[in-house]
Design a protein around this ligand. Structure first.
Ligand SMILES: Cc1ncc(C[n+]2csc(CCOP(=O)(O)OP(=O)(O)O)c2C)c(N)n1
Length: 328
């Protein structure tokens, strides 16, 4: 198992293709919400660069083997951003098909309104109640730590990576779990805090201080990493490289500043928290993403080729582990 920070061979700086890949995540997320007539697209538009970066460079997984024991666990604590997760799983090679994306938020679909463990490959934790995904992630990281102590780091050494929002970190349960994570020195736990100062219909800063959150985590014993512009690849990579180094035994909180509804007419406003964009807004969004010529739910060929390379890296990581440690 590679011990390097990133998993993928390509560590080139920001490229036009990276932007296109993030824009494809944005487009697929918006299209799910439009198909369902409801959902949340502001969060996916803001977090797409981060999510693309995580799934293409940092996370160790194989979408064709979602139960691989030593896979990194990704938890979307802000479960209302589910369209983003389904789009990422679709591109990353999990069994989440175009038909599943089209069926977003419909009864008995594999793409329910909030992620549900057991319904969708790649969904590690049922989330939606804010703070719960975060708290469950601390449990996952404790389990990893216990298994590592029992079996050795050569066999078990995976990260638990969480995407949490203002709403998650407001919840008391998150602080309770965060205190345990610090005490247990869960260095393999990395929480990405998507900080964009909107909570449903108001400024988050009218009821909380994100600096206060960061200070509280530092006081609890967390390592804090700052990403000044979460919609900029170079900035993201510096912060994520640092976060994934797992320097000193502490869990890591990465505060990442993004813009809710990024690249949409409702950018930066609570109007993009939930609800489907109008037909005119959709046209404007896909024009802005330079994907107006790509049919709904389609993935551009160059983006598909990039994801194929990522998928193959994941298969190879999993096979290396199995060759060394036997099949699960
Ligand atoms: C425990 C809990 N309380 C209330 C809600 C309802 N709720 C869904 S999203 C949300 C606000 C979330 O704000 P933020 O997490 O910053 O997301 P954003 O509005 O920025 O997308 C709330 C209160 C919930 N999901 N869970």
């Amino acid at each position: 198992m590679s011990s390097s920070t990133t998993t993928r061979p390509d560590s080139s700086p920001s490229t036009a293709l990276d932007d296109r890949c993030a824009h494809t995540l944005r487009k697929l997320s918006v299209e799910q919400v439009i198909a369902a007539g409801s959902g949340h697209y502001g969060f996916p538009l803001g977090a797409a660069d981060l999510v693309d970066e995580l799934f293409s460079r940092y996370l160790r997984y194989d979408g064709t083997a979602p139960q691989w024991p030593n896979r990194d666990r990704f938890v979307l604590s802000a479960g209302h951003g589910s369209a983003m997760l389904y789009a990422a799983l679709h591109l990353a090679g999990y069994d989440v098909t175009t038909d599943d994306l089209c069926a977003f938020r419909t009864l008995h679909s594999r793409t329910p309104g909030h992620p549900e463990r057991g319904e969708t490959d790649g969904v590690e934790v049922t989330t939606g109640p804010l703070g719960q995904g975060f708290a469950n992630s601390v449990g996952l990281a404790i389990a990893e730590s216990a298994l590592r102590a029992q079996l050795g780091a050569e066999v078990i050494s995976h990260r638990t990576v969480v995407l949490a929002s203002d709403g998650d970190l407001m919840e008391g349960i998150a602080y309770e779990a965060a205190a345990i994570a610090a005490e247990q020195r869960l260095a393999q736990l990395i929480v990405c805090y998507d900080d964009y100062d909107i909570v449903i219909d108001s400024r988050a800063s009218s009821v909380m201080s994100s600096q206060g959150v960061v200070d509280a985590y530092a006081a609890l014993g967390w390592r804090v990493v700052e990403v000044a512009d979460g919609n900029d690849r170079a900035s993201l990579r510096v912060g994520l490289d640092d976060a994934f180094e797992q320097g000193d035994g502490r869990p890591t909180l990465v505060r990442i500043s993004t813009v809710i509804g990024h690249l949409s007419p409702r950018a930066g406003t609570s109007a993009s928290h939930s609800g489907a964009p109008t037909a005119e807004e959709y046209e404007e969004i896909v024009r802005g993403l330079d994907l107006a010529d790509v049919a709904p739910f389609e993935v551009p060929a160059d983006v598909a080729v990039r994801w194929q390379a990522v998928r193959e890296c994941g298969i190879s990581l999993r096979r290396q582990w199995e060759d060394s440690h036997g099949e699960a």
